[in-house]
Design a protein around this ligand. Structure first.
Ligand code: HEC
Length: 129
C-alpha cells in the first residue's frame, strides 16, 4: 500500500468534523422539542405571551423584550443572556435574579444544555453562542 495524500486529507477532514461535533454542547433538535413541549406554555419565539418572546433572547440584555411587562427585578437586570446565564436561569431563576417572576425550572442538565443550544441557534445577536 502506498500512502495516498488524498486519503489523509479525507481522514483529517473527518477528524476535524468529529471534534467540531463534540464541541457542540447540546442537541439543537432535542432543544427544539423541549421548547415546543415545555416553554411554549408561556413563551413563543416572536410574540410576548405569559413570558417574553425568546427568538432573539440569546445575546440580548435581560429584561428588554420590547413591550413586555417584566417583574421589577428582571426589568432592572443588566446582564447579557450568554449561554452560562441562560443555563443558570433555567437551573434556578430565583438564584440568578431574586424577585423574578418565572415560576419554572428545568431539572435535567442535559435538557438545559439542549434548550439553550436551540435558543442560541435561532439568535443572530452577537455573543449568542
Ligand atoms: C409558567 C410560565 C413559564 C414557563 C413554562 C417558562 N417561562 Fe420563561 N418566563 C416566564 C415569565 C413570566 C418570564 C418573565 C419573568 C420576569 O419578568 O421576572 C420569563 C422569562 C424568561 C427568560 C428571560 C427573558 C428576558 O427577556 O430577559 C428566559 C430566557 C426564559 N424565560 C426562558 C424559558 C425557557 C427556555 C423555558 C422552557 C424551558 C421557559 N422559560 C418556561 C414564564 C415561563
Amino acid at each position: 500500500m502506498n500512502a495516498n495524500p488524498f486519503r489523509y486529507m479525507v481522514m483529517l477532514t473527518w477528524a476535524a468534523w468529529l471534534c467540531a461535533a463534540q464541541a457542540q454542547p447540546g442537541s439543537v433538535t432535542n432543544g427544539k422539542a423541549i421548547f415546543e413541549s415545555r416553554c411554549i406554555a408561556c413563551h413563543s419565539l416572536d410574540a410576548n405571551r405569559v413570558g417574553p418572546a425568546l427568538g432573539t433572547v440569546a445575546g440580548r440584555v435581560a429584561g428588554k423584550a420590547p413591550d413586555f411587562a417584566y417583574s421589577n427585578a428582571l426589568g432592572r437586570a443588566s446582564h447579557v443572556w450568554t449561554r452560562e446565564k441562560l443555563l443558570a436561569w433555567l437551573t434556578n431563576p430565583e438564584d440568578l435574579v431574586p424577585g423574578q417572576a418565572m415560576g419554572y425550572r428545568v431539572d435535567s442538565d442535559g435538557d438545559r444544555q439542549d434548550v439553550v443550544s436551540y435558543l442560541a441557534s435561532l439568535s443572530l445577536n452577537p455573543g449568542a453562542k
